[in-house]
Ligand binder design. Structure first.
Ligand code: PMV
Length: 329
């Protein structure tokens, strides 16, 4: 009853922000993302009567608190399989956890695949996206390769809120995402709390929802036709709209730090100089820059020089979640 899975992080190009059902994690709006080949989480899960409690180690650190999401997810999987065994979980990521780099997406997707296989559940990709969604909404998209859409669905039971691939990892080989690390610190407000606070208190939340369908339509067309200007400009505007809803909550949530703003301005300067690139950010200060392969080196050089940029990671459209032979323990 042991399995290991790897899942990549994904970065949304049309963001998910706000839940209509927080138990089942059903979103108000659909979202589109790119699965990133350079950011991964690898997780080994073993269920066995030899464990008297769930033991969770993430990046060599044993989890003592904050593990509610993971434990709740394990219970969900145990219930589906009809078993009571406790589990040992060891997980490694090659990027900072909880700094707005979609660590929950890759983490919960890898956990869902590894744990469901370990308990003998034979889930297809759609079922796996539904399971992952219940661990962390954005994790549903990390199951899929290339570019994915996660449907908000309308059913109360969530069976129509799943993710699927809209373009495979080889569809747009020139597409790149340059992830900048400006801090490795844990974000002050987690996305769960942040989005609940936004739905409850931001006067702009309604406005955000009104613009989503058009963003989704244009984004899907842009990806299909490999129209970089369309994809980049929609993604950038969508991200700014999401951050506007965050900033206008009570109390206000501001994920940006000075380096975040520096990068935003550098991206705009690069664009004025004719180098096409766009930015996007999630619930954290790290900025992701969308560009094409031909401009990557120049952009990376310019961005890396900025004060406050600690590191950059280059990603291209990557694989979906998969099983691995080699276990972590
Ligand atoms: O699934 P969560 O709780 O990690 O929320 C993700 C929210 C954003 O990253 C800000 C947007 C998104 O669609 O990934």
């Amino acid at each position: 009853m042991k399995a290991t899975a790897v899942a990549n992080a994904n970065i949304a190009l049309v963001k998910y922000w706000g839940k209509r059902n927080s138990e089942l994690i059903l979103p108000y709006n659909s979202s589109v993302s790119m699965t990133c080949d350079g950011l991964w989480t690898k997780t080994t899960v073993e269920f066995s009567p030899k464990y008297s409690k769930d033991e969770i180690t993430i990046n060599d650190e044993e989890l003592k608190k904050d593990e509610k999401d993971i434990l709740g997810h394990l219970d969900r999987i145990r219930k589906m399989a009809g078993i009571n065994y406790k589990a040992k979980i060891v997980s490694e990521s090659n990027f900072p956890v909880a700094a707005g780099l979609a660590s929950s997406a890759s983490g919960l997707a890898a956990l869902s695949l590894a744990a469901s296989v370990a308990v003998g559940l034979k889930l297809n990709e759609k079922q796996l996206t539904i399971l992952s969604r219940q661990g962390s909404g954005s994790a549903s998209r990390s199951i899929c390769e290339g570019f994915a859409i996660w449907y908000h669905g309308i059913k109360e039971d969530g069976t129509d809120s799943y993710a699927e691939c809209i373009a495979d990892k080889n569809h747009w080989p020139e597409f790149r995402m340059l992830t900048t690390i400006v801090t490795e610190k844990k974000k002050p407000v987690g996305s769960r709390t942040g989005m609940a606070q936004t739905v409850a208190t931001s006067p702009y939340y309604e406005g955000w929802l009104k613009t989503i369908e058009d963003d989704l339509k244009q984004m899907k067309e842009g990806i299909k036709n490999k129209d970089f200007e369309k994809v980049g400009s929609i993604a950038e505007h969508n991200c700014i709209k999401m951050h506007a809803t965050m900033m206008t909550t009570k109390p206000s949530i501001i994920y940006w730090i000075p380096a975040t703003v520096e990068i935003i301005h550098e991206v705009r300067r690069l664009r004025e100089e004719g180098i096409e690139c766009y930015f996007t950010m999630d619930a954290g200060p790290n900025v992701k820059i969308l560009c094409l392969e031909k401009d990557l080196d120049e952009i990376n050089e310019r961005i890396s020089k900025l004060e406050g940029v600690k590191k950059t990671i280059i990603c291209k459209p990557g694989e979906g979640a998969r099983l691995e032979e080699r276990h972590l323990f």
